[in-house]
Design a protein around this ligand. Sequence first.
Ligand code: AOF
Ligand code: ZN
Length: 363
Amino acid sequence: MRIENDNQAMELALQWAARSMFITAPNPRVGCVIVKDGYVIGAGNTQPPGQAHAEVQAMKDAASRGHDVRGATVYVTLEPCSHFGRTPPCADALVKAGVAKVVMAAGDPNPLVGGQGRAKLEAAGIEVVSGVLEAEAREMNIGFMKRMQHGLPWVRMKAAASLDGRTALHNGVSQWITSPPARDDGHWWRARACAILTGIGTVQEDNPQLTVRAVDTPRQPRRIVVDSRLQISHDARILEGGGTWIVTAVANAEKEARLRDLGAEIILLPNSAGKVDLPALIKELGARQINELHVEAGFKLNGSLIREGCVDELLLYLAPSLIGDACGLFDLPTLESLDGRKALAFHEIKQIGPDLRILARFT
Ligand code: AOF
Ligand code: ZN
């Protein structure tokens, strides 16, 4: 394909990055396209942790097609790394390969990189341009960016409701408010998350697995249950397969031992009210390298997370139906004045099958 300008090449690099959507956690998804004499000679994307970064993949791709990357321009969606992590620095590899120019979308906020990748390239006489499609590139790694800058994950709360914001009938019957395409779309968002969080209420009522099934992914996100009093049943489906984190406010050696036998890990994080300290939990998840946290919980935990300022974004599916007086979406306090309302901004609105998908961010 003939490349006419930087934006077109970076657009292509972003498409390569998207191939890494489900596989790189806790690393960012990066795409790289190498252009020489106006044509793409190699492309690649970040592999799972411990394996090659995008730039190395793209150089390998070029070599496998018999192309020499000397003098080429490299388009990469994130600043090439400068450090020895699980893999050696991409900046060094680019210098060694003799590329002429690197165009990057966004800087890498990882303190181990933070401008040093760029500096290494420039010190070797490579021309560096940055900021091409930066907003799009940052968006793709919104969780990695937030964790690197603030030590916290990006928290996305998914919910589905009727057009009048109802999630269930007064008698608790809740299934199939939104359509199969909307439910499948929800699995795509699960798949890209590092972890999926729910509450003990949802575990007891729905007994969900909270795995990704509707899209093909080689990696299942970590599952996390907020269970203040350690009430989870040993045959809860969310424990199947092991690896589930159970966050509680009470220590109970016997129950904990049983749960550990089932492959679960117990995280004790009480607040002064004897419940799980939610802001402390979010912080802990950042420390545990969770970039994107996907919340699929019920009325109560959703409300608590919002009230405690733990949520960045709502992923809301709205079905074209009215249910009337029934269960609402979020347990929030009754306000006497509109001054107390939670303000959001719509980020994206899309129709998925018959339903609406709204991404709205807290301001
Ligand atoms: C790049 N290209 O494709 C990615 C980068 O442990 P490592 O060696 O895999 O390094 C992980 C860090 O490298 C990660 O935290 C981020 O700063 C950077 N990711 N860098 O040059 C890539 N995925
Ligand atoms: Zn790298």
